[in-house]
Ligand binder design. Structure first.
Ligand code: NAP
Ligand code: ZN
Length: 341
């Protein structure tokens, strides 16, 4: 079978490898689609630790082709989505129900061979059933959606509430949709690229702003802004400290900021604790997808998330190294690798 493997930093190749054999509790999945994520690019550049040589790809779905003798609840031919983040279940954090913080976390596509391949091994506890008639490309969005769902859960959006999303990549555009589903009546997206602002408005954003033109804090939370005095919830989905700083000013007193973006390691920023205290701002961070993958799969299965317009292009496994080793093209939201191409 074909697989795209990272041999070392900057060394990414699609090659023939042996098809893996499922262990007793594993499913062998024929990959239908696997999304390219910013993390894959960070792994390529050595900005995120992994265990090369490894097949990348952690946003995948596909069809059960074979399974180990101890697998129950799945049948050959089922379509599934895999939650790539495998917690040990035994460490102090797992015991506290904080499985995303597991001390022994192993991720498919980072520490074990992943979904940029014809086949991937998925432990049965990491697999969730998808409808037989689902568009195979939609299944690949369960993992990023599950990460956004964790952020949305932490934000505790109330029906009728106001929400700002900073950053209009795939995470921001999925988060806009979840904020609407959570009942927010005002959902404002700030992102620089005009195509993404237009897309966000089609996906349910009630307003968009261009942060490169004028003061975004004033435009949103100023006296003449979209929500004078600030919004109930800000979800930071850009991954730059500038937007974290904006979040703390756009949120209203008593409101909640959830940081989902990943800043470069070691980067620091200034905050004013006095201001945070007297406005009792709740500043939270959201990491991975603890216990949200099932609901993400259900949302996608139910057609509640618009996905087609988020798919910028599809590429084969042979083209995939070129995609991962280069920055995203302007306007691009999500590139899917289709092993069958
Ligand atoms: P992405 O495609 O890079 O999207 C981020 C977008 O933010 C950029 O493309 C950019 O779009 C926008 N942006 C940059 N600077 C901005 C600014 N000053 N103001 C407003 N927008 C700005 O990445 P993604 O895949 O959507 O992921 C977003 C972030 O979430 C990344 O940091 C990623 O690592 C992180 N992430 C976190 C989790 C988690 O579990 N917490 C899971 C997945 C991803 P424009 O060019 O349009 O401005
Ligand atoms: Zn653990």
């Amino acid at each position: 079978m074909k697989a795209m493997q990272l041999d070392a930093v900057g060394q990414l190749f699609t090659r023939e490898v042996e098809r893996p054999e499922p262990g007793p509790e594993d499913l062998l999945i024929r990959v239908e689609a696997c999304g390219v994520c910013g993390t894959d690019r960070h792994l390529f550049h050595g900005e995120f630790p992994c265990k090369p040589p490894v097949t990348l790809g952690h946003e995948f779905s596909g069809i059960v082709e074979a399974m180990g003798g101890k697998v129950t609840g799945f049948a050959i031919g089922d379509r599934i989505t895999g939650d790539p983040n495998i917690a040990c279940g035994r460490c102090v954090h797992c015991a506290n129900g904080r499985i995303n913080l597991c001390r022994n976390l192993q991720a498919i596509g980072i520490h074990r061979n992943g979904g940029f391949a014809d086949y991937v091994i998925v432990p049965q506890k990491q697999a969730f059933l998808l409808p037989a008639d689902l568009d195979p490309m939609h299944g690949a969005f369960c993992e990023p959606l599950a990460c956004c769902l964790h952020g949305i859960d932490l934000a505790e959006i109330k029906a009728g509430g106001s929400v700002v999303v900073l950053g209009g990549g795939v995470i921001g555009l999925l988060t806009v949709q979840l904020a609407r589903l959570a009942g927010a009546t005002s959902v404002i997206l700030s992102t620089r690229q005009a195509v993404r602002r237009t897309l966000a408005e089609e996906l349910g954003a009630t307003a968009t702003v261009d942060p490169s033109e004028g003061d975004v804090i004033n435009k949103i939370a100023g006296p003449q802004g979209l929500v004078p005095g600030g919004v109930d919830v800000v979800l930071e989905c850009a991954g730059v400290s500038e937007t974290v700083a904006q979040s703390l000013k756009i949120v209203r007193p008593g409101g909640t900021v959830v940081v989902m973006g990943v800043m470069p390691q070691g980067e620091t920023m200034e905050i004013e604790p006095f201001d945070l205290l007297f406005r009792e701002v709740r500043l939270l961070t959201s990491f991975l997808n603890p216990f949200t993958h099932r609901r993400a799969a259900d949302l996608i299965a139910a057609g509640k998330i618009e996905i087609d317009t988020l798919i910028s292009r599809t590429v084969s496994l042979n083209e995939a190294p070129n995609v991962v080793s280069n920055p995203p093209q302007p306007g691009e939201v999500k590139v899917l690798v289709i092993p069958g191409l």
